[in-house]
Ligand binder design. Sequence first.
Ligand code: SF4
Ligand code: SF4
Length: 70
Amino acid sequence: MKGMIVIDKELCKGCAYCVDACPFGIIVIEERFNKKGVFPASDEHPDRCTGCAMCAHMCPEIAIEVFREE
Ligand code: SF4
Ligand code: SF4
């Protein structure tokens, strides 16, 4: 299954729960501040995403949307 995520970087508070949750190491923390002054999450290796949605389930800010292609 192929998946894709979209992270709302302005909603993100940089907690990195999604980084730890992703079994494929797709998400990293950026080195550039968002408007809240935190380092937001970013999908660094989108080609590996399966759409499992573990990252979105862990996100306290509901900042991650997941799309799947069967
Ligand atoms: S949907 Fe799954 S594979 Fe894709 S980034 Fe989130 S945790 Fe990783
Ligand atoms: S879990 Fe949500 S708030 Fe935390 S770093 Fe990931 S996208 Fe940002």
